[in-house]
Design a protein around this ligand. Sequence first.
Ligand code: ADP
Ligand code: MG
Length: 593
Amino acid sequence: MTSKGRIAAVNGNMITVEFDGAVAQNEVGYASLGGKRLMAEIVRVRGGRCDMQVFESTTGLSIGDSVDFTGELLAAELGPGMLGQVYDGLQNPLKDLAAEAAKISKDAGYFLQRGMYLPGLPRDKKWNFHPTANVGDRVVAGDFLGWVPEGIFDGKSMPGHKIMVPFALKGTYTVKSVAPAGEYTVTEKIATLEGADGAETEVKMMQRWPVKVPVKCFAERLEPSETLETTVRTIDTFFPVAVGGTYCIPGPFGAGKTVLQQTTARYAKIDIVISAACGERAGEVVETLKEFPEIIDPRTGQSLMKRTIIICNTSSMPVASREASVYTAVTLAEYFRQMGLAVLVLADSTSRWAQAMRELSGRLEEIPGEEAFPAYLESRIAAFYERAGRVRLRNGETGSVTIGGTVSPAGGNFDEPVTQATLKVVGGFHGLSRARSDARRYPAIDPLDSWSHYNPVIEQGRVEKARSILRRGSEIGQMMKVVGEEGTSLEDFTVYLKAEFLDAVYLQQNAFSEADATTPIERQKVMFEAVEKALLAELAFKEKSEARRFFMELQQTFIDWNDKPFGTPEFEEGSRAVYDKVATAAVEGCPAV
Ligand code: ADP
Ligand code: MG
């Protein structure tokens, strides 16, 4: 039995509802407004009243209006048909929504029309089901019953989209029947399972899962020990991300957070990307929606959208929908992880999500914490990142969810609650610096402040040595601003030039240059060794101008080498040119690297 209620108060996007019967925290209900139904979620229950956040404008709702509870938590639809979709935070497909809205009014926008909800999975599309389970098989939640080809997940070069025993089923079931190979929609029966009590359950390709609850249908959690190849040199070499790990990119406005995430979406060695764009401005999200489909996936030569799902919200959409979007994103990611795939969730920006939390908390008149964020800000952020992980499935395969979130603190000051709470839980910190982005040194990841707890691909000691030269170089650079070049010793000046060289040829990477945008780890290792040769060489110069000339030439030689395709004779030639150049200035008998 589902409950009914009446609105007792309206406060912005929040309504207080008096109910009959019982309701649960996070249960979904619909408020009636004329012929429309506005979706809302219970955020607090107190006695016979509950507070609900409405996922859209509450204009027109008034005291006494009725609310129908559903008895269900806020849930996502999971199954074939999600790849390539652009959803809002409640998994409404935005393109279909726009088409529906256009039927009603010509000038209806791209975004949510009030009271209009569309299913997350297309209902009419038929999928070519290949059964793999047999009658009599004993199965549990998450086990594979069959698969369907979906886009690049065609069951040939890539595994097919697995149809699984619904995650919500508890205990062991016996397969009573499996549909024969053929075409089915997501709501048609593809199997019947019998529980221990003899009760039968019909399984369809589509299942629902509450977005705020982690999916746990796996055998065990594994250490995130393997490095995720992002092909961004500063990340992979200096501040690596693990497959199934977590990282954050805090940075001021315009420092390159979004570009860095898009580069990662494109080039990281990952099966599926789920991008939760909680945009700063409406225009920014529209840009993302225009740009993403045009990005070509370097692996398939097809649109990147074929292995991408975008969950998109702008700051002009109701806060509650923004709050839901990161949960929807990570739930979709967990679903694909259960198929044995590697999934990357990119949340841009988590500050908008936290602001939604703050607004909500304010309306609930909760005791505010630092900067008026709720006291549970930290635990919510932690709970979100905890949904990342690498797991061993029951069939022995592994799947993973890696989470990377940007943080956009006002004024780029990292000493604020969202950045600080995030830093406590993530495994990697890629802090973007205003000074670097102003100098157009992209990616603007600060090489001195950033860190990572994950396994490096190049020995830690060697990377640390390079960083110590960066640090010294930066100190000398600061000092030089005061005392000038003439007040700096030749020795110090050489260290400064070494640091600048490392920055120019290795840390900086042009996301918009075809040749430079992506550097596979194998190539990074070769490049790093060459850089190291120059950094550790004892170089003898008679004067500063000579040192400067040498590094300018070396830098050019290196940048020419950067453009050469890996593993070709030209690449080898470029490598030799770099080493030869270093040898011209190295002191005889200087220790080899
Ligand atoms: P943020 O999301 O931090 O506000 P953006 O990612 O939108 O910033 O970047 C702002 C601008 O900086 C971009 O439009 C682009 O011109 C420049 N930029 C950022 N990253 C790079 C990069 N890796 N290479 C070249 N230009 C970049
Ligand atoms: Mg941005």
